[in-house]
Design a protein around this ligand. Structure first.
Ligand code: NAP
Length: 530
C-alpha cells in the first residue's frame, strides 16, 4: 500500500489549495516545496517592484466565501509582500502547515506499474510512494540566466530577479546593468533607478506596457463589491480570461478612428492590460486592428519620453501588441527622463562579453558594479523537465516532450498514469487569471481521484488519441490568432533549442471549463480507467 494518497509538488497557490482540497476529500496528502517558504512564484520573485498585474479582487481564492469576506487587500494591484501575507493567512486559517514540507526539492518521480503507484524521491534522499502525483510546480519557476561569455569573471554581484535575496539589495551609489525588459524588468527598473548612481537598461526587444493606475482599495467600494462576490466569481468562471471584463463587443476596424482613440484613451486612463486589450474583438486576431492599438501605445511613449531618439528605441515594433504578455507599469517609460538612466540598444549592438569591471557590447564598454538579470523563465514545461519524471516503461517525460510539451486538456499526459499537472501545457494557465485556473484544475483533479475511488478504479491515464486531438485543437486555436507571430516564451522562443510549440490554450477559460466538465460527466472521456 502506498505511503500517501497524493503527493503534491510545489507549495504556491496551486499546491496550497491542493493540500486543502485533497485533505477535505478524505485523502492523505503531502506537499513538497523546494523553497524555505510557501508561495511559489510569490516566494521567489521578491525583487523590488514585484506586483501582480491581475487585480487583487480577482487574484485570490474563491473556494471559501468566509476567506473572501474576511481578507482585505490594500491595493488594486497587490505587491509581492501582500500576496505572500495572504498565502500565509490561508495556510494558517485552513491548518495546512502540517501538510507542507519546506526545503525539500522533488528530484524524481517514477511510475511503478506493478504497484500502481508513484515513487517520489526528494533531495533529502527520502522516497515516498503515492497513488497520485500532482505537479503544482508553476508555469514560471524555472528561471534562466543567459550564458554570457565571461560572466564568471564579473567582479561585482549579480542577481536574477527570480532569486532575489530575501533581505534586499542596496544599490546606493552603484552603477547597475539591467538585462531584460519584460514584465519583470519593467517593474524592477524604476526601483533600481531610484537608488543607483546609474542604471543602464540593456534592451534587446522593446515592450508594450499599459499603466496600472494602481491605488489604495477604497473601503466603501470594497464593502459594496464583497456583497456581490459570489455572482462576480460566477461571471469570472464563465469569462474568457478568468476576469469578467467588459469590451465594446465590436471590432476596431468597424469603428470610426476618432471613436477608437476615445475608447482606448478612456481605458488607458483607467489602467490595466485586460480591459485595454479587450476593448475590441479583433485586436488579437487582425493585424490591421492590432496596428491601430500598437500605434496608440507608441504615441503614449513618445509623449512621455523627452528624448525623441530614446522614445523611438522604446517603441515596440517587433511583434503585435498582446502577442507577448502585455506589461503594466505606471513609471517605466517616464524613468528614462531621469539623468541617471541610460537605455542601451543591444539589438543593434549585442552584448559580446562580461569582464571584471562590467560589460562589453559590439560597439561600447559599460563599467558596472552590479548586474541584474530579468531574463525570464523556461516557461510552462521547464520546471517539470527539471524533475526526472518517468512514466509507463520508465519513459522519461523529457523524452515524451522532446518535440515540445503535450498533454490532454493541459492536465494529464498519455503514458503517465495518475499524474496530474496543475495549469499544464495546453490549458489556459498563463493566458488567464492563474488563481482561478488553478482552483478549477485542482477541483477537477480532486473530483477525478474521488471518482476513481468510488467507482472501483485505481488508475486514470490519458489516451494518446485524446492527447493528440487536444493538442491539435490547442494549435488550431493559437494559429487563428496573432500570438504565434511573436518570439515569446508562450512558444518557447526565449530558450535556445526549445521546440517552438504554442502551449497555452487560447480558447477561453469559460469554454475550457465547460469542456473539462463534459469530460468528467462522461466518465472521464479520453482517459483509460483501470
Ligand atoms: P520575459 O518576459 O521572458 O522577459 C525576459 C527579458 O529578458 C526580455 O526582455 C528578453 O529579451 C530578455 N532576455 C532574455 N535573454 C536575453 C539575453 N540572452 N540577452 C539579452 N536579453 C535577454 O521574462 P519576465 O519579464 O520575467 O516575465 C515572464 C512572465 O512572468 C511575464 O510574461 C508574466 O507572465 C510574468 N510576470 C508577471 C508579472 C506581473 O504580474 N506583473 C511580473 C513579472 C513577471 P527578448 O524579448 O528579446 O527575448
Amino acid at each position: 500500500m502506498a505511503d500517501l494518497d497524493v503527493v503534491v509538488v510545489g507549495a504556491g497557490f496551486a499546491g496550497i489549495y491542493a493540500a486543502h482540497a485533497f485533505r477535505s476529500a478524505g485523502l492523505s496528502v503531502r506537499v513538497f516545496e523546494a523553497g524555505s517558504g510557501i508561495g511559489g512564484t510569490w516566494f521567489w520573485n521578491c525583487y523590488p517592484g514585484a506586483r501582480c498585474d491581475v487585480e487583487s479582487k480577482d487574484y485570490s481564492y474563491s473556494f471559501s466565501p468566509e476567506l473572501e469576506q474576511e481578507w482585505s487587500w490594500s491595493e488594486r494591484y497587490p505587491a509581492q509582500p501582500e500576496v505572500l501575507r495572504y498565502l500565509h493567512h490561508v495556510a494558517g486559517k485552513f491548518g495546512l502547515w502540517p501538510l507542507i514540507q519546506l526545503n525539500t526539492r522533488v528530484t524524481a518521480a517514477q511510475w511503478d506499474a506493478a504497484r500502481s503507484e508513484w515513487s517520489v524521491t526528494t533531495d533529502d534522499g527520502a522516497a515516498r510512494t503515492a497513488r497520485f502525483c500532482v505537479m503544482a510546480v508553476g508555469c514560471l519557476s524555472a528561471y534562466q540566466v543567459p550564458s554570457l561569455p565571461g560572466l564568471e569573471t564579473f567582479g561585482g554581484p549579480w542577481y536574477h530577479t527570480s532569486r532575489w535575496p530575501a533581505d534586499g539589495v542596496d544599490f546606493t551609489g552603484k552603477r547597475v546593468g539591467l538585462i531584460g525588459t519584460g514584465s519583470t524588468g519593467i517593474q524592477v527598473a524604476p526601483e533600481i533607478a531610484a537608488a543607483a548612481a546609474h542604471l543602464y537598461v540593456f534592451q534587446r526587444t522593446a515592450n508594450f506596457a499599459v499603466p496600472n493606475r494602481n491605488r489604495a482599495v477604497d473601503p466603501e467600494w470594497e464593502r459594496a463589491f464583497k456583497a456581490d462576490y459570489r455572482s462576480y466569481r460566477q461571471r469570472a468562471q464563465e469569462s474568457f480570461l478568468g476576469v469578467p471584463i467588459t469590451g465594446t463587443g465590436r471590432p476596431a476596424l468597424a469603428e470610426p478612428p476618432a471613436e477608437i482613440q476615445r475608447t482606448l484613451m478612456a481605458r488607458w486612463q483607467s489602467g490595466g492590460g485586460m480591459p485595454f486589450l479587450g476593448a475590441y474583438t479583433d485586436v488579437l486576431v487582425d493585424r490591421a486592428a492590432n496596428d491601430i492599438v500598437a500605434e496608440f501605445m507608441r504615441d503614449r511613449i513618445r509623449e512621455t519620453v523627452a528624448d525623441p531618439s530614446v522614445a523611438e528605441l522604446l517603441c515596440p515594433r517587433a511583434y503585435p501588441v498582446g502577442a507577448k504578455r502585455l506589461c503594466q507599469s505606471d513609471d517605466y517609460f517616464a524613468m528614462f527622463n531621469l539623468p541617471n538612466v541610460t537605455l542601451v540598444d543591444i539589438r543593434s549592438a549585442p552584448i559580446s562579453s562580461v569582464y571584471a569591471g562590467g560589460l562589453r557590447t559590439a560597439d561600447s564598454v559599460y563599467e558596472l558594479d552590479a548586474l541584474v538579470f530579468a531574463t525570464g523563465f523556461d516557461a510552462i514545461s521547464g520546471a517539470l523537465n527539471r524533475i526526472d519524471v518517468r512514466g509507463v516503461g520508465g519513459v522519461p517525460l523529457t523524452e515524451k516532450w522532446a518535440g515540445g510539451p503535450r498533454s490532454y486538456l493541459g492536465v494529464a499526459a498519455a503514458g503517465f498514469p495518475n499524474m496530474f499537472i496543475v495549469t499544464g501545457p495546453g490549458s489556459p494557465s498563463v493566458f488567464s487569471n492563474m488563481v482561478l485556473s488553478i482552483e478549477q484544475h485542482v477541483e477537477w483533479i480532486r473530483d477525478c481521484v474521488v471518482y476513481l475511488g468510488s467507482h472501483g478504479y485505481s488508475t486514470a491515464q490519458a489516451k494518446p488519441s485524446a492527447e493528440d486531438a487536444w493538442m491539435a485543437h490547442v494549435t488550431e486555436v493559437a494559429y487563428s490568432t496573432l500570438f504565434p507571430l511573436a518570439d515569446s516564451w508562450y512558444v518557447g522562443a526565449n530558450i535556445p533549442g526549445k521546440p517552438r510549440v504554442f502551449t497555452p490554450y487560447l480558447g477561453g477559460v469559460g469554454p475550457y471549463r465547460a469542456r473539462c466538465d463534459e469530460v468528467a460527466a462522461a466518465g472521464y472521456e479520453g482517459f483509460v480507467l483501470d
